[in-house]
Design a binder for this molecule. Sequence first.
Ligand code: CTP
Length: 238
Amino acid sequence: MPYPLVFSGGFGQSARHPFTPLAIRCLITAGPTREFFDPVRFVSNPSTGKMGFAIAAAARAAGWTVDLVAGPVALPEPAGVMLYPVVTAEEMLRQTDALFGPCDVLIMTAAVSDWRPKVVHPQKLKKDGAGLTVEFEPVPDILATLAQRRRPDQLLVGFAAETENVEANALAKLDRKGIDLVAANSVAGPDGAFGNEMNRLILLGRDGFRQPLGPATKAAVAAQLIAALAARLAAPTR
Ligand code: CTP
Protein backbone atom coordinates (compact mmCIF):
# COMPACT_ATOMS: atom_id res chain seq x y z
CA MET A 1 0.00 0.00 0.00
CA PRO A 2 1.91 3.11 -1.20
CA TYR A 3 0.30 5.59 1.21
CA PRO A 4 -0.67 5.07 4.84
CA LEU A 5 -4.31 5.61 5.65
CA VAL A 6 -4.91 8.33 8.19
CA PHE A 7 -7.91 8.23 10.44
CA SER A 8 -9.44 11.17 12.22
CA GLY A 9 -10.41 10.71 15.81
CA GLY A 10 -12.74 12.20 18.33
CA PHE A 11 -14.17 15.22 16.55
CA GLY A 12 -17.67 14.25 17.58
CA GLN A 13 -20.68 15.65 15.78
CA SER A 14 -20.46 19.28 14.80
CA ALA A 15 -23.03 21.45 16.52
CA ARG A 16 -24.97 23.09 13.69
CA HIS A 17 -28.25 24.84 14.15
CA PRO A 18 -30.36 24.35 11.02
CA PHE A 19 -30.87 28.11 10.60
CA THR A 20 -27.34 29.26 11.39
CA PRO A 21 -24.88 27.05 9.54
CA LEU A 22 -21.76 27.91 11.50
CA ALA A 23 -18.81 25.55 11.87
CA ILE A 24 -19.63 23.49 8.81
CA ARG A 25 -17.48 20.40 8.44
CA CYS A 26 -17.07 19.29 4.84
CA LEU A 27 -15.68 16.03 3.44
CA ILE A 28 -14.54 16.17 -0.19
CA THR A 29 -13.14 13.43 -2.43
CA ALA A 30 -11.12 14.23 -5.53
CA GLY A 31 -9.07 12.76 -8.34
CA PRO A 32 -8.97 9.28 -9.83
CA THR A 33 -8.34 5.95 -8.16
CA ARG A 34 -5.87 3.37 -9.46
CA GLU A 35 -6.54 -0.35 -9.52
CA PHE A 36 -3.35 -2.37 -9.98
CA PHE A 37 -3.08 -5.79 -11.61
CA ASP A 38 0.67 -6.08 -11.02
CA PRO A 39 3.10 -3.84 -9.07
CA VAL A 40 3.66 -1.45 -11.99
CA ARG A 41 0.40 -1.49 -14.00
CA PHE A 42 -3.06 -0.22 -13.22
CA VAL A 43 -6.45 0.83 -14.60
CA SER A 44 -7.54 4.43 -13.97
CA ASN A 45 -9.09 7.44 -15.73
CA PRO A 46 -7.97 10.95 -16.80
CA SER A 47 -9.30 12.84 -13.74
CA THR A 48 -6.75 15.40 -12.49
CA GLY A 49 -8.51 16.33 -9.23
CA LYS A 50 -8.61 20.04 -10.17
CA MET A 51 -12.37 20.44 -9.58
CA GLY A 52 -12.27 18.73 -6.17
CA PHE A 53 -9.23 20.71 -5.04
CA ALA A 54 -10.89 23.96 -6.20
CA ILE A 55 -14.00 23.05 -4.19
CA ALA A 56 -11.84 22.31 -1.14
CA ALA A 57 -10.19 25.75 -1.45
CA ALA A 58 -13.58 27.46 -1.92
CA ALA A 59 -15.06 25.67 1.10
CA ARG A 60 -12.06 26.70 3.20
CA ALA A 61 -12.42 30.30 1.96
CA ALA A 62 -16.05 30.18 3.14
CA GLY A 63 -14.78 29.31 6.63
CA TRP A 64 -15.66 25.62 6.50
CA THR A 65 -13.49 22.89 8.00
CA VAL A 66 -12.36 20.68 5.14
CA ASP A 67 -11.18 17.07 4.94
CA LEU A 68 -9.96 16.22 1.43
CA VAL A 69 -9.52 12.58 0.41
CA ALA A 70 -7.61 12.49 -2.86
CA GLY A 71 -6.49 9.82 -5.27
CA PRO A 72 -3.14 10.23 -7.07
CA VAL A 73 -2.94 13.82 -8.37
CA ALA A 74 -0.18 16.33 -9.12
CA LEU A 75 -1.64 19.34 -7.29
CA PRO A 76 -0.42 21.44 -4.36
CA GLU A 77 -2.17 20.86 -1.05
CA PRO A 78 -4.80 23.59 -0.55
CA ALA A 79 -3.94 25.78 2.46
CA GLY A 80 -5.83 25.04 5.65
CA VAL A 81 -7.24 21.74 4.42
CA MET A 82 -6.59 18.26 5.88
CA LEU A 83 -5.39 16.13 2.96
CA TYR A 84 -5.70 12.34 3.06
CA PRO A 85 -3.95 10.72 0.06
CA VAL A 86 -5.25 7.35 -1.14
CA VAL A 87 -4.65 5.23 -4.23
CA THR A 88 -7.33 2.57 -4.69
CA ALA A 89 -11.14 2.71 -4.47
CA GLU A 90 -10.96 0.40 -1.46
CA GLU A 91 -8.62 2.84 0.34
CA MET A 92 -10.87 5.77 -0.62
CA LEU A 93 -13.87 3.92 0.81
CA ARG A 94 -12.06 3.20 4.10
CA GLN A 95 -10.78 6.76 4.44
CA THR A 96 -14.07 8.51 3.62
CA ASP A 97 -15.92 6.05 5.84
CA ALA A 98 -13.59 7.01 8.73
CA LEU A 99 -14.24 10.74 8.19
CA PHE A 100 -17.96 10.61 7.29
CA GLY A 101 -19.54 10.55 10.77
CA PRO A 102 -18.81 14.13 11.85
CA CYS A 103 -19.18 15.76 8.43
CA ASP A 104 -22.11 18.04 7.60
CA VAL A 105 -21.55 17.99 3.84
CA LEU A 106 -20.06 15.25 1.66
CA ILE A 107 -19.00 16.27 -1.86
CA MET A 108 -17.85 13.28 -3.93
CA THR A 109 -16.01 14.65 -6.95
CA ALA A 110 -13.68 11.65 -7.17
CA ALA A 111 -13.65 9.70 -10.42
CA VAL A 112 -13.63 6.29 -8.76
CA SER A 113 -12.51 3.41 -10.97
CA ASP A 114 -15.63 1.33 -11.32
CA TRP A 115 -13.80 -1.97 -11.77
CA ARG A 116 -10.67 -3.53 -10.34
CA PRO A 117 -8.73 -6.56 -11.54
CA LYS A 118 -9.88 -9.77 -9.86
CA VAL A 119 -6.30 -10.94 -9.49
CA VAL A 120 -3.36 -8.71 -8.46
CA HIS A 121 -0.11 -10.38 -9.46
CA PRO A 122 2.62 -9.94 -6.81
CA GLN A 123 5.41 -9.63 -9.42
CA LYS A 124 5.63 -7.68 -12.68
CA LEU A 125 4.00 -9.69 -15.46
CA LYS A 126 6.51 -10.61 -18.17
CA LYS A 127 5.72 -10.14 -21.84
CA ASP A 128 5.85 -13.40 -23.72
CA GLY A 129 4.65 -12.08 -27.04
CA ALA A 130 1.05 -13.06 -26.33
CA GLY A 131 -1.83 -10.74 -25.45
CA LEU A 132 -3.16 -10.31 -21.93
CA THR A 133 -6.68 -10.84 -20.65
CA VAL A 134 -7.52 -9.19 -17.32
CA GLU A 135 -10.74 -10.08 -15.55
CA PHE A 136 -12.40 -7.25 -13.62
CA GLU A 137 -14.83 -7.10 -10.70
CA PRO A 138 -16.85 -4.05 -9.57
CA VAL A 139 -15.46 -1.88 -6.76
CA PRO A 140 -17.82 -0.79 -3.94
CA ASP A 141 -19.92 2.32 -4.64
CA ILE A 142 -18.54 4.68 -1.98
CA LEU A 143 -21.35 7.24 -2.17
CA ALA A 144 -24.13 4.65 -2.07
CA THR A 145 -22.41 2.83 0.81
CA LEU A 146 -22.11 6.00 2.91
CA ALA A 147 -25.65 7.12 2.03
CA GLN A 148 -26.99 3.96 3.65
CA ARG A 149 -25.78 5.14 7.05
CA ARG A 150 -26.25 8.89 6.64
CA ARG A 151 -27.92 11.16 9.16
CA PRO A 152 -30.91 13.11 7.77
CA ASP A 153 -29.16 16.42 8.52
CA GLN A 154 -26.12 15.56 6.39
CA LEU A 155 -26.05 16.98 2.85
CA LEU A 156 -24.74 14.46 0.28
CA VAL A 157 -23.58 15.75 -3.09
CA GLY A 158 -22.45 13.56 -5.98
CA PHE A 159 -20.77 14.43 -9.26
CA ALA A 160 -22.10 12.68 -12.34
CA ALA A 161 -19.44 12.27 -15.03
CA GLU A 162 -21.39 11.79 -18.25
CA THR A 163 -20.57 11.58 -21.95
CA GLU A 164 -24.21 11.65 -23.19
CA ASN A 165 -27.70 12.57 -21.89
CA VAL A 166 -25.86 14.47 -19.19
CA GLU A 167 -28.80 15.81 -17.19
CA ALA A 168 -31.05 12.73 -17.43
CA ASN A 169 -28.23 10.35 -16.49
CA ALA A 170 -27.21 12.59 -13.58
CA LEU A 171 -30.79 12.76 -12.27
CA ALA A 172 -31.02 8.96 -12.26
CA LYS A 173 -28.03 8.85 -9.87
CA LEU A 174 -29.87 10.87 -7.19
CA ASP A 175 -32.20 7.98 -6.36
CA ARG A 176 -29.79 5.20 -7.23
CA LYS A 177 -27.25 6.50 -4.71
CA GLY A 178 -29.61 7.98 -2.10
CA ILE A 179 -28.11 11.49 -2.25
CA ASP A 180 -29.56 15.02 -2.06
CA LEU A 181 -27.84 16.79 -4.94
CA VAL A 182 -25.91 15.81 -8.02
CA ALA A 183 -23.66 18.03 -10.13
CA ALA A 184 -24.11 16.99 -13.76
CA ASN A 185 -20.74 17.26 -15.45
CA SER A 186 -19.93 16.55 -19.10
CA VAL A 187 -16.68 14.65 -19.56
CA ALA A 188 -17.09 14.19 -23.32
CA GLY A 189 -14.54 15.37 -25.86
CA PRO A 190 -11.87 18.09 -25.63
CA ASP A 191 -14.26 20.49 -23.79
CA GLY A 192 -15.10 17.86 -21.15
CA ALA A 193 -14.26 18.40 -17.50
CA PHE A 194 -11.24 16.07 -17.19
CA GLY A 195 -8.08 18.17 -16.99
CA ASN A 196 -9.62 21.39 -18.29
CA GLU A 197 -9.20 24.75 -16.52
CA MET A 198 -12.84 25.60 -17.22
CA ASN A 199 -15.97 23.74 -16.23
CA ARG A 200 -19.74 23.94 -16.35
CA LEU A 201 -22.07 22.10 -13.96
CA ILE A 202 -25.79 21.76 -13.50
CA LEU A 203 -26.66 21.24 -9.84
CA LEU A 204 -29.79 19.10 -9.54
CA GLY A 205 -31.84 18.17 -6.47
CA ARG A 206 -34.35 15.43 -5.69
CA ASP A 207 -36.88 18.20 -5.01
CA GLY A 208 -36.65 19.62 -8.55
CA PHE A 209 -33.90 22.09 -7.63
CA ARG A 210 -31.89 23.08 -10.72
CA GLN A 211 -29.05 25.60 -10.88
CA PRO A 212 -26.48 25.93 -13.68
CA LEU A 213 -22.96 26.82 -12.44
CA GLY A 214 -20.50 28.36 -14.91
CA PRO A 215 -19.19 28.05 -17.55
CA ALA A 216 -16.22 29.58 -15.76
CA THR A 217 -12.85 28.62 -14.33
CA LYS A 218 -12.97 25.67 -11.96
CA ALA A 219 -12.17 28.05 -9.08
CA ALA A 220 -15.18 30.25 -9.96
CA VAL A 221 -17.49 27.25 -10.44
CA ALA A 222 -16.28 25.88 -7.09
CA ALA A 223 -17.12 29.18 -5.35
CA GLN A 224 -20.60 29.13 -6.95
CA LEU A 225 -21.14 25.55 -5.78
CA ILE A 226 -20.13 26.32 -2.19
CA ALA A 227 -22.44 29.39 -2.20
CA ALA A 228 -25.32 27.21 -3.47
CA LEU A 229 -24.67 24.59 -0.78
CA ALA A 230 -24.39 27.25 1.94
CA ALA A 231 -27.78 28.66 0.88
CA ARG A 232 -29.21 25.15 0.97
CA LEU A 233 -27.79 24.49 4.45
CA ALA A 234 -29.27 27.76 5.66
CA ALA A 235 -32.75 26.90 4.35
CA PRO A 236 -35.17 25.79 7.05
CA THR A 237 -36.08 22.66 5.09
CA ARG A 238 -34.13 20.78 2.48
N1 CTP B 1 -18.88 7.03 -7.03
C1 CTP B 1 -18.59 6.36 -5.86
N2 CTP B 1 -18.12 5.07 -5.91
C2 CTP B 1 -17.97 4.45 -7.10
C3 CTP B 1 -18.28 5.13 -8.31
C4 CTP B 1 -18.74 6.42 -8.24
O1 CTP B 1 -18.75 6.93 -4.79
N3 CTP B 1 -17.52 3.21 -7.12
C5 CTP B 1 -19.41 8.40 -6.94
C6 CTP B 1 -18.60 9.43 -7.67
O2 CTP B 1 -17.61 10.00 -6.85
C7 CTP B 1 -19.66 10.45 -8.05
C8 CTP B 1 -20.91 9.62 -8.24
O3 CTP B 1 -20.68 8.40 -7.54
O4 CTP B 1 -19.92 11.38 -7.02
C9 CTP B 1 -21.25 9.33 -9.68
O5 CTP B 1 -20.11 8.76 -10.31
P1 CTP B 1 -20.13 8.42 -11.86
O6 CTP B 1 -18.78 7.92 -12.24
O7 CTP B 1 -20.71 9.57 -12.62
O8 CTP B 1 -21.23 7.28 -11.94
P2 CTP B 1 -21.20 5.76 -11.62
O9 CTP B 1 -21.90 5.53 -10.33
O10 CTP B 1 -19.80 5.24 -11.70
O11 CTP B 1 -22.11 5.17 -12.79
P3 CTP B 1 -21.79 5.09 -14.37
O12 CTP B 1 -20.32 4.77 -14.49
O13 CTP B 1 -22.69 4.00 -14.81
O14 CTP B 1 -22.15 6.41 -14.96
